[in-house]
Design a binder for this molecule. Structure first.
Ligand code: NOJ
Length: 719
């Protein structure tokens, strides 16, 4: 008999429900309900999983209670959100998406897993895979951006990185793909609000990243807090049992979000905790995080006949199986026994610095303002985010302390020891006080260049951080405008560094500053990463994974829009446009300047006649006509112009990178299996339709900048 069968035979109902319960330890608070002391319950075997605990000693102490003092000695599964690093932080996920580099996406997850596992943790509630096309939603910061294909690539890379080759390894974490599904489509971008989208949008936009995570072997999935057209995801049988388990064959654990089962009462589909618990269990949720609905509600639900014992057993078996796969039964203390060496930590910091620099998106660089000239003698580094090391962590900092992160000021001072780097904050982000503006403006007249560090406070994005106004918060606009005016009058260049967990809506700033960098929140090494780019030590290469709006009224805005029957035409009143703002975004998806300048030519697409079994080969020449070496990211899009269903104007299907010295030409290749051109037909089933498809290649999702080729699709044999 297997270990799990033997255990199942011995477990009481209370012990079984313990395995289906995850309670918070008091280290960090990530939700509204704070559990009391779990010690006695762990010893009694009635709490089997924990979250929000850090520190190897603490973790070990709790694990010891379960393994050595509970009747059956079943180890705890201990998890934490490790969204972009544990103690050493990498860029927030939206920033890291800007790298368009699957190997690095996997590597930072691997490093985060190693760091967290070295403290005894075995599960991370990551990656967050919610496609977000509405930057009002603060959780955009945690996710892959606006594109489903990109989301799927990030999903695969992150699962591979967190879990490694073997879940039982001492440095592997069980990943949790979250939040299934369509959480990013909350009404009006307001966190936790209702989601009501078409079945097609659900399938085409919000599900692919989760399907990719499942195909990559993700250990667990977390349903979203939200409802989908009236059915809360925590109780959504069709999407959990039907799609996730049924169609995609997911065999892992489904762990609820924080208190989400009890919140089924607020959603208005459960009268009490017993009904809520029954809904969730029936839909396939195995672990109840923080609602304590399973321990208190399921016994009553059993009595009322709302659930069957077999369903409880099925979930318990899945949880025990995951614990076994993680090696927790055989080696409960394997994780957390060997602290990492200082050399490892130094190496990781180096990686964070390099990744941070590559996540920066240079939105504008007029007259080659950047990199800063070596002759620079006096530099003003001003603004509320210029010397704000703790803010650099972004909205989610795992176990990272407030200390030990690098601000822009200290990064620049270290990089420019022979220049005078002068600092004044000007204003605070969340204050109405404008008395500091004058000093900042005065300073500007005395320097060679101004680095203006503005944006959101870290906590203005992330969970429960929706914003209706996406301009600079507080008095920063007044401050920045005063600085820009003085700088213009004295012909001093202004480089704006924008910190945010989302694309902000700042056309006025982009218009007036000489250079603008989107620095997201870059993590522990932020100031060094930014200094590397400012000084030219690193040539910027990040590309935005989200469209930047020029007005909040354009939101939601994304490149994968479908064609209109009345496409915008300035000469025709009755066409699809605004009266008061252009349709075009401020910056399209994929935009990002480098210190080089690239020209595309000679697009070759073969074969021209493509059968469903073929792979399309795409080649294009890229020449660096700029004065500096740089890396170009080349995007591949398709457009199916005539199909049974209106297809998006552009669909992302690939990207690649090329490094070129000044004057150098290189050619890049991309391949696209024809099967990738399938889409969901009128009945929402995949179809492959013969006909013409455009292949578009270039630097971003601005059609006017793409080279276009055409292929003709046909079946390899008549059907
Ligand atoms: C709530 C968040 O929605 C989820 O992403 C997170 O994993 C849990 N809290 C646990 O902290």
């Amino acid at each position: 008999m297997s270990r799990i069968d033997t255990l199942m035979g011995k477990m009481t109902l209370a012990e079984k429900l313990g395995q289906l319960t995850m309670a918070a330890s008091s280290y960090t608070v990530t939700g509204p309900i704070i559990a009391g002391d779990s010690t006695d319950a762990i010893k009694a075997g009635t709490i089997g999983n924990l979250l929000n605990m850090v520190g190897a000693a603490h973790v070990r102490q709790m694990q010891r209670l379960a393994v050595e003092e509970s009747r059956l000695g079943i180890p705890l599964l201990i998890g934490l959100d490790i969204v972009h690093g544990h103690r050493i932080l990498f860029p927030v996920p939206l920033g890291e998406a800007s790298l368009f580099d699957p190997e690095t996406w996997a590597l930072t997850a691997r490093e985060s897993a190693m760091e967290a596992a070295a403290e005894g943790l075995a599960m991370t509630f990551a990656p967050m895979l919610d496609v977000a096309r509405d930057p009002r939603w603060g959780r955009s910061a945690e996710g892959p951006g606006e594109d489903p294909w990109l989301g799927a690539r990030i999903a695969e890379a992150k699962v591979r990185g967190f879990q490694g080759a073997d879940l039982a390894a001492a440095d592997a974490l069980a990943a949790v793909a979250k939040h299934y599904c369509a959480y990013g489509a909350v009404t009006a971008g307001r966190d936790y609000a209702s989601v009501d989208i078409s079945a097609r949008t659900l399938r085409e936009v919000h599900m692919p990243a989760f399907e990719a995570a499942v195909a990559a072997g993700v250990a667990a999935v977390m349903p979203a807090f939200t409802d989908l057209a009236g059915i809360p995801m925590t109780a959504n049988k069709e999407l959990l049992r039907g799609w996730l388990r049924g169609r995609w064959g997911f065999k892992g654990v489904i762990v609820s979000d924080y208190n989400a089962i009890a919140e089924l009462i607020n959603h208005g589909i459960a009268a009490d905790l017993a009904e809520a618990a029954a809904h969730a269990l029936n839909a396939g949720v195995d672990i109840d995080m923080m609602a304590d609905a399973y321990r208190h509600g399921l016994p009553i639900a059993l009595e009322r006949g709302l659930v069957a014992m077999a369903q409880i057993d099925e979930s318990v078996r899945r949880v025990l199986t995951l614990k076994e796969q993680l090696g927790l039964f055989d080696h409960p203390y394997r994780r957390g026994t060997t602290p990492e060496s200082n050399a490892t930590l130094t190496q990781r910091r180096r990686l964070a610095r390099a990744v941070g620099a590559r996540a920066i998106v240079m939105l504008k660089n007029d007259k080659e303002t950047l990199p800063l000239p070596a002759s620079l003698r006096r530099l003003a580094v001003i603004g509320p985010l210029a010397d704000a090391p703790a803010e650099m962590r972004g909205p989610w900092w795992g176990a990272a302390d407030t200390e030990g992160h690098v601000s822009v000021l200290s990064g620049l001072r270290a990089m420019l020891p022979h220049s005078q780097v002068l600092y004044v904050p000007g204003v605070a982000i969340e204050s109405e006080d404008v008395s500091g503006i004058a000093a900042a403006v005065d300073l500007c007249a005395t320097v060679d260049a101004i680095v203006l560090c503005v944006g959101e406070a870290a906590v203005m994005s992330g969970e429960a951080a929706s914003r209706a106004h996406l301009d600079l918060p507080g008095k920063q606009r007044e401050f920045a405008e005063a600085v820009l005016e003085r700088a213009r009058a004295s012909a001093k260049p202004v480089i704006a560094i924008l910190f945010s967990g989302r694309p902000l809506v700042v056309p006025w700033l982009v218009e007036s500053a000489d250079a603008v960098l989107a620095a997201w929140f870059l993590g522990s090494e932020a100031g060094n990463s930014i200094s590397d780019v400012l000084t030219g030590r690193v040539s910027p290469s990040g590309r935005t994974p989200v469209t930047w709006a020029r007005a909040e009224g354009q939101i939601p805005i994304f490149f994968g829009e479908r064609p209109s029957g009345r496409p915008a035409n300035p000469k025709d009143h009755f066409t699809s446009k605004y009266l008061d703002v252009a349709n075009e975004p401020l910056f399209p998806f994929g935009h990002g300047l480098t210190y080089g300048l690239f020209v595309y030519s000679n697009l070759r697409v073969t074969p021209a006649d493509v059968e469903d079994i073929d792979t399309i080969q795409i080649r294009v020449d890229v020449r660096n006509v700029g004065a500096r070496a740089a890396q170009e990211t080349v995007f591949l899009f398709t457009h199916d112009k005539l199909a049974s269903v209106a297809r998006p104007l552009l669909e992302l299907k690939g990207f690649t990178k090329i490094d070129l010295r000044p004057g150098e030409t290189g050619s890049v290749s991309l391949s696209l299996p024809a099967t990738e051109l399938r889409f969901l037909g009128p009945e929402l089933e995949p179809v492959f339709e013969p006909g013409e498809v455009e292949i578009l290649v270039g630097p971003c999702a601005d059609r006017s900048r793409l080279l276009v080729g055409t292929i003709r699709l046909s079946w390899s044999r008549p059907c």
